[in-house]
Design a protein around this ligand. Sequence first.
Ligand code: PLP
Length: 402
Amino acid sequence: MGFIVKLKPADRTWGVEYAIRDIVETSKLAKEQGKDLIYLNIGDPVKYGFKTPKYLIEAVYKAMLENRNYYSESVGIPEAIEAIKDYAEKKGIKPVDIFISHGASEAIEFAIAALIDVGENIVLPCPCYPLYQAIVSKLGLEPRFYYLDEENNWEPNLASIEAVIDKNTRAIVIINPNNPTGAIYSKKVLLDIVEIARKYNLVILSDEIYDQFVLDAGVEHISIASLAKDVPVITFNGLSKCYFAPGWRIGWGIISGPKDILEDYIEAIHKLARARLCAPHPLQYAVPVALNNENGYMKKVLPELRKRRDLLVEGLNNIPYIKCVHPQGAFYAFPSLELPKNLTDLEFVKGLIMEEGVVVVHGSGFGQKPGTKHFRVIFLPEEKILEVALDRMGRYIKKIVK
Ligand code: PLP
């Protein structure tokens, strides 16, 4: 006789949600019903026609032809590590160690898994890119949340950080430039976060995967590690966004701070890296080529993206019941919704998909201040597509909010 009861998944999967992909189910339904869909939910530039630079593809192809198809060093090939070191130094970081991973996602998971035990906690932003909650839930850790202030260009609310820290807090996460808000943090706020980390002995985990997506003149992206020589920081980055190769799954972590206190932690991360053998080997040969070039492609993309951002944000702010803070970086905006009390942002998003075919992600999938409602929208598509999407959003919200 075979199994007679339905398999019960492990409890650790309960808290694992990925709102960005979850909404895909509703889109599938809308598509089956013949809706013409506009996808404004995917944080993947390549899906919107931005191309992986040819010279990166050639570097990988060459490595494959040279039969570099065996496992690499667990922490990555020396050529790539050297290039990451140079890049980090240009940003004012003094790396103590660098490891290459399956996307920044795996580096983030290593950094958390190697540091925090069950019974301890980590401080995450609210709203937050859902990967962090998924990792924390999988590891059975306790997430604590600090707010990003919409009224203050979505900068971290420092009082709310201090309010959730206790003796079991081990790390604080910042995402800069931010997903889902598009904010780029000021030097002042970064220095204040360093001060808090110093005061409570926290490791700073700084996700900088969008560091070159800086859209406004006069705004500079600052790596927090460059301001925190005496505080342990892991800075995450990779090829997914700024080098237009998300499907390659190449990311990295740069560890900086006082060497003597970091030794055991670094070894713990290396152990996790060894246990999964290596990140995709031939793909790592794209890293030195990517980082040692000027990233001219990005220079062409930014003015175009700026136009798309301006069109979207202005359009959103012209729709009644929607308000959008100006995003300075990445390719996301996180507008707020003024909806009737009994209508959630998830219901709004599902309705928008089913009735108008515009796919965005509900704010509750990222977390938000109680009582507020939002959605996340990307501005990667061409202007004429964004214009149609804006028309449809305006039509839908006017219909449901009376
Ligand atoms: N961190 C943030 C803030 C992201 O938005 C994403 C992807 O959307 C990632 C990490 C994942 O990066 P990777 O593709 O390198 O795993």
